[in-house]
Design a protein around this ligand. Structure first.
Ligand code: FES
Ligand code: FES
Length: 228
């Protein structure tokens, strides 16, 4: 039986919707009525994350707004009654200026065909809204429901992890100065020799040190693109 009347706020605009079919998903409505096609649709069964939007609801225990990522393909439109929805268009665009998450994913080459990107961005937006200082592991765990079929996950996760509190970008010049005597053999560079005052610059040029340098670089490059 259709639901007589619901109210949904999308990107700050109130929508009153009459006679909502229980079969209509939030995704279907977003893409057809307000015409917000930035929210994508692929699997329609909650498996790819392309359709993720941010939903704001009140936490009944704290009475504070809580932002959660929802798969709009599985979310019935009538269930969004009274909630606020944010889509990628509400975050930023070429006209209004891009949101830092959108900028970061572009800077890290984390978008190729771009179909998965709005879902990735909205998932990250929801995560950061609830946890402004996530760890890299928390971010990685938060993306187990998002699929990308072309970019590969490393640049996407690199972009998202640049927001992590434990992110410690390692500069290529630091890598070149690294003598590889501390953690290079373990394939996990912690940058522990970067601050040593007496580093013999020519050392990394010697064949034995180059082996360590390659080991460290491999630890930070894609598993499928080895440097040696
Ligand atoms: Fe794949 Fe919604 S379209 S999770
Ligand atoms: Fe093409 Fe992710 S960029 S699916």
């Amino acid at each position: 039986k259709p639901v007589d009347r619901i109210t949904v706020e999308v990107n700050g605009v109130q929508h009153i919707i009459f006679n909502t079919s229980p079969k209509t998903s939030l995704n279907e409505w977003l893409r057809s009525q307000p015409g917000l096609k930035g929210t994508k649709v692929t699997c329609q069964e909650g498996g790819c994350g392309a359709c993720i939007v941010a939903l704001t609801k009140q936490d009944l225990s704290t009475k504070k707004d809580k932002i959660i990522a929802v798969n709009s393909c599985l979310f019935p439109l009538f269930a969004a009654d009274g909630f606020k929805i944010t889509t990628t268009e509400g975050l930023g665009s070429s006209r209004s200026g891009y949101h830092p998450i959108q900028e970061r994913i572009a800077e890290h080459n984390g978008s190729q065909c771009g179909y998965c990107t709005p879902g990735m961005v909205m998932n990250m937006y929801s995560l950061l809204s609830e946890n402004a200082q996530p760890t890299k592991q928390e971010i990685e765990d938060g993306f187990d429901g998002n699929l990308c079929r072309c970019t590969g996950f490393r640049p996407i996760l690199d972009a998202m992890k640049s927001f992590a509190k434990d992110e410690n970008p390692i500069d290529i010049e630091d890598l070149q100065r690294c003598q590889g005597k501390c953690c290079g053999e373990t394939r996990t560079c912690h940058g522990c020799c970067f601050n040593q005052e007496q580093i013999s610059a020519p050392m990394w040029f010697k064949p034995a040190s180059l082996k360590y340098l390659y080991t460290i670089l491999n630890a930070h490059s894609s598993d499928s693109v080895k440097m040696v």
